[in-house]
Design a binder for this molecule. Structure first.
Ligand SMILES: C[S@@+](CC[C@H](N)C(=O)[O-])C[C@H]1O[C@@H](n2cnc3c(N)ncnc32)[C@H](O)[C@@H]1O
Length: 237
């Protein structure tokens, strides 16, 4: 996987999420000791969706952020978009699955008009996407002026006393859990996750990408010993 680039990499990622879809939520809860929902709540809080507002949750997968947004703002209109239909199929069959508008879409070419949404969220998209400036450009395009972009992704561990333990969790515990819970058909996904996390941008670099894309007031907060980052910013008026 590490050697793949461009369209080949995108196809691999799309296929991989299709293979792990059924066990995806369980793996998340186990790998993060149940902490992942806390970060998603923070993402939704930072989106500052107004009552009756319209949210796009991009790379929605099984819809965890979309469902959290519904809990937080029950009268909002929530659209979940992803290029993995099997992931969204799992989400559609969960409680409140019918209250999310599921859309098959590539984050690099969104099928929505300009200035449509009050906020755009994404969880673990940016690390997987083959063109970060292009997805940021598309997210800005569909966002209303003054609206917020909020990005959750993993972050490469910084040097610290905890780093050896974090690397052990990433390199050994997560792939082993993947083999046990998902089986051989999706085991590659849980080796890909640690390697793509270690190779991913630092929080400072991602913030610079957002700033260069034209997003203003970019800020971020780290979670889980600095291995998870939530970035947010505003589309200029
Ligand atoms: C790790 S899952 C995250 C799902 C969900 N956001 C969450 O927080 O659990 C990453 C998702 O990104 C989607 N994805 C990756 N690249 C994409 C792209 N170019 N366009 C649309 N979805 C993409 C995958 O299909 C997958 O469902």
């Amino acid at each position: 996987m590490a050697h793949l680039t461009g369209e080949e990499r995108a196809t691999y990622v799309q296929d991989m999420f299709g293979r792990i879809a059924r066990r995806y939520n369980l793996m998340n809860r186990l790998m993060t000791f149940g902490q992942d929902m806390r970060w998603r709540r923070f993402v939704v809080k930072q989106a500052q969706l107004p009552a009756g507002g319209k949210l796009l949750d991009l790379a929605t997968g099984t819809g965890d952020i979309a469902f959290e947004a519904l809990r937080n703002t029950p009268d909002a209109q929530i659209v979940g978009a992803d290029f993995s239909l099997p992931m969204m199929y799992v989400g559609q069959h969960l409680k409140n699955g019918r209250r999310v508008g599921w859309v098959g879409a590539d984050a690099l070419k969104l099928p929505f008009p300009d200035n449509t949404f009050d906020a755009v969220t994404s969880g673990y998209l940016v690390r997987n996407v083959i063109d970060i400036p292009q997805t940021l450009k598309e997210q800005l395009r569909v966002l209303k002026p003054g609206g917020r972009i909020v990005i959750l992704d993993s972050s490469p561990p910084k040097d610290s006393l905890l780093k050896p333990f974090i690397l052990m969790h990433l390199k050994y515990v997560i792939p082993l859990l993947g083999r046990i819970i998902v089986g051989t058909e999706g085991a590659d996904a849980y080796s890909y996750l640690p390697s793509s996390t270690q190779a991913f941008k630092t929080p400072e670099d991602l913030a610079a990408n957002m700033h260069n894309a034209g997003i203003e007031q970019v800020q971020w907060k780290l979670f889980m010993f600095g291995t998870m980052a939530v970035h947010w910013g505003i589309k200029p008026q």
